[in-house]
Design a protein around this ligand. Structure first.
Ligand code: ZN
Length: 318
């Protein structure tokens, strides 16, 4: 009973607020720098149900900022690994891990939570979440962090949405400018706090929060609904699949994702073993420059798209 005593003593929460928190469900989409920190804060705060979604596996360069992972996790799936850690932190929380590459076709997998936390790193997935949240009237807390700059915005039906604010649609945050771990931690902390306010039915932030973390400059930018915004006028271009990325896309410099057909990983492993070392974890397989997921997706390290496709066809085939 003592677990939440410090939170219950806090004037805006109390015992009644804590009960609300324990009855809430939050979907955290993206288990990277923002998602791991935000999910940890929410689990410690006692959010009753957490749904964790991620498509990726853990790499050494993630450890600088992705707080739930350690060296022994390298190569494992992010959503699953984060769930295991969170269960040790708070066994009272019901945690569901989903290893999916969120698209307009499978986005219903994030369920019907009270709040969606958008912790992904690219505009396309944010706009997809934006559509889903508006259509289903689920509050959606957006966060973004790159270099020393961060943004947080609450998308709530009736107010401005991400498409009212941001124009870009296909740009990816390539890891070219780096990111401060204190910046991502701060953005994730603001996001989880906004989620708690919304769960409690308290006044949440209506402005776009902008941070210049190097200068300790926190500002609020007033934003208004755009009357020509497609999403706000019920035209969900990302959710309908009207706007979607192609089969092959670049994830970061020198890394391409290819969407292939569902694979029997054990069978693939058997074949590849003859050619070299294969590493298998629950739900994924690593071989040379290829990482293959159960759902048929592959991440290929290559110079360009054509080469990535060639490597995929040669090693994995159709
Ligand atoms: Zn809008």
């Amino acid at each position: 009973m003592d677990r939440y005593s410090r939170q219950e003593l806090y004037r805006n929460i109390g015992k009644a607020g804590q009960k609300k928190i324990s009855e809430s469900t939050v979907s955290v989409v993206g288990m990277g720098a923002l998602g791991t920190v935000a999910a940890e804060l929410l689990a410690r705060a006692g959010v009753g149900n957490l749904i964790l979604i991620d498509r990726d596996f853990i790499e050494l360069n993630n450890l600088q900022r992705q707080s739930l992972f350690d060296e022994s996790d390298i190569g494992k799936l992010k959503a699953e690994t984060a769930a295991e850690k969170l269960r040790k932190i708070n066994a009272e929380v019901k945690i569901t891990a989903k290893n999916i590459d969120m698209t307009f076709e499978n986005i219903s997998g994030i369920g019907n939570p009270d709040i969606i936390l958008g912790c992904t790193d690219n505009m396309e997935s944010r706009f997809l979440l934006n559509d889903y949240a508006l259509k289903n009237k689920i509050p959606f807390v957006y966060g973004g962090a790159v270099s020393d700059r961060g943004y947080v915005f609450n998308v709530v039906h009736g107010g401005a949405c991400l498409r009212c604010i941001f124009k870009g649609s296909t740009e990816e945050t390539c890891d070219t400018v780096g990111v401060l771990n204190a910046n991502t931690a701060a953005v994730a902390a603001i996001m989880s706090n906004e989620a708690i306010k919304i769960i409690l039915g308290k006044d949440y932030e209506k402005n776009l929060v902008r941070i210049d973390f190097w200068k300790n400059d926190f500002s609020k930018i007033k934003v208004a609904q755009n009357k020509d915004c497609p999403a706000c006028t019920g035209k969900y271009e990302y959710l309908s699949g009207e706007r979607k990325s192609s089969l092959v896309r670049m994830c970061e410099k020198g890394s391409y994702q290819i969407r292939g057909r569902k694979k029997d990983l054990a069978a693939v492993e058997k074949n590849l073993k003859k050619l070299g070392e294969v590493k298998m974890f629950n739900g994924l397989l690593h071989f040379g420059s290829i990482t293959l997921f159960e759902d048929g997706r592959a991440l290929v390290k290559a110079e360009n798209e054509t080469e990535a496709r060639k490597i995929y066809d040669r090693i994995i085939g159709n």
